[in-house]
Design a protein around this ligand. Structure first.
Ligand code: SF4
Length: 351
């Protein structure tokens, strides 16, 4: 970084005071509530701010305090997380809240090292809670901050390399001001989100361009190197919405893995014709649903059909019959939310 760190922080904070976005987990003038920082940071992992805002607001209406969250049922928490994806975060957040109640009298500890012993909290999240929630002088390094510091210091080496990681953490610590550390860390992230973006950074309006070595060398858009995205594999599934009267058969997913513990309509790989749990009659193709995750894409072919036996057959514990109204209180992965909507169409619902 060119010039003195104190000039850098002064310029960055002056910009942040004017340009920052008003977000529901940001309250100006005081340290932000550590519980709000905790929830927002869990939600923001791998997820865009605009997507998180309504989820955060609904979550806070339902679980206004850490104690309320700790006392909640996991299925209900998953239901409130439904659609946000990466559901391991919701389960970890709940585990974390319970751990805080059990081990810290219900108060999040201010110290970053202690925070890192809590479920789902790594070095970055601990730094965010400690600095933004408690004003402690602790650095943070997420994807935005990593990019900003790499450009400021013209670090072209791979940031996944351990030595480079340590270099970046050291730098994030060195540039911390004595005061307003939480705002400073938020400002670094905000700069990365609004101006120092991955592609085409807006250097001409950047408040800290006079400190930036990549800008001075004219290579800002070469850090990081833009990689071509590899095409992700496509997995084909068949989903059978099996009806018995007004109720539909759903099954719970295994306790680990993708969408763990959530519920879905009966689904099997499109190839191989794995047996269904009940005999069906009259399957009709009613549509398809596509769903893209980071490393794979899914295509669900959706069939509506009737259970062949009108008396409910005995089912394992991981399956149950539910009405569409009851389904509204059951946590479903996003593709199955869309499938449930298909079943609400009058042509299917009214049969
Ligand atoms: Fe990022 Fe450009 Fe600002 Fe440097 S001058 S910090 S590359 S936006």
């Amino acid at each position: 970084m060119l010039l003195r760190p104190s000039d850098f922080s002064r310029r960055l904070l002056r910009w942040y005071d004017v340009a920052h976005r008003d977000l529901p987990w940001r309250v100006r003038g005081v340290h932000r509530a550590p519980y709000h920082v905790l929830v927002s940071e869990f939600m923001l992992q791998q997820t865009q701010v605009a997507t998180v805002v309504p989820y955060f607001q609904r979550f806070m209406q339902r679980y206004a305090t850490l104690a309320e969250l700790a006392a909640a049922d996991e299925q209900e928490v998953l239901r409130h997380w439904q659609g946000l994806g990466y559901y391991a975060r919701a389960r970890n957040l709940l585990r974390c809240a319970r751990q805080v109640v059990r081990e810290h009298n219900g108060e999040l500890p201010p110290d970053a090292a202690t925070l890192q012993n809590l479920a789902g909290i790594g070095r970055y999240t601990a730094g965010a809670i400690s600095s933004i929630g408690f004003g402690k002088r602790v650095p943070i390094l997420d994807a935005n901050v990593t990019r900003v510091i790499r450009r400021l210091d013209k670090i072209e080496a791979d940031p996944k390399d351990r030595n480079v990681q340590e270099q970046l953490w050291r730098r994030a610590e060195e540039i911390l001001p004595r005061r307003r550390v939480g705002d400073f860390n938020s400002a670094l992230m905000e700069l990365g989100a609004l101006i120092c973006t991955p592609r085409s950074p807006d250097c001409l309006i950047c408040p800290v361009r006079m400190h930036c070595q990549a800008f001075a060398a004219g290579i800002a858009d070469r850090i990081p190197v833009q990689k071509k995205k590899a095409r992700t594999p496509l997995l084909r599934r068949q989903t059978f919405c099996i009806r018995n009267g007004r109720r539909w058969l759903i099954q719970q997913r295994p306790p680990t893995g993708r969408w763990a513990g959530m519920w879905q309509f009966i689904t099997r790989p499109a190839e191989g014709e794995a047996p269904l749990p009940v005999k069906i009659t009259d399957p009709k193709l009613i549509g398809s649903v596509s769903h893209a995750l980071t490393h794979r894409r899914y295509e669900f072919e959706v069939f509506a059909c009737e259970s062949a036996r009108k008396a409910s057959p005995k089912l394992p514990e991981s399956m149950r019959w539910v009405s569409l109204v009851e389904l509204e209180n059951v946590p479903l992965p996003r593709p199955h939310v869309l499938i449930a909507k298909m079943l609400s169409a009058p042509a299917i619902r009214g049969k």
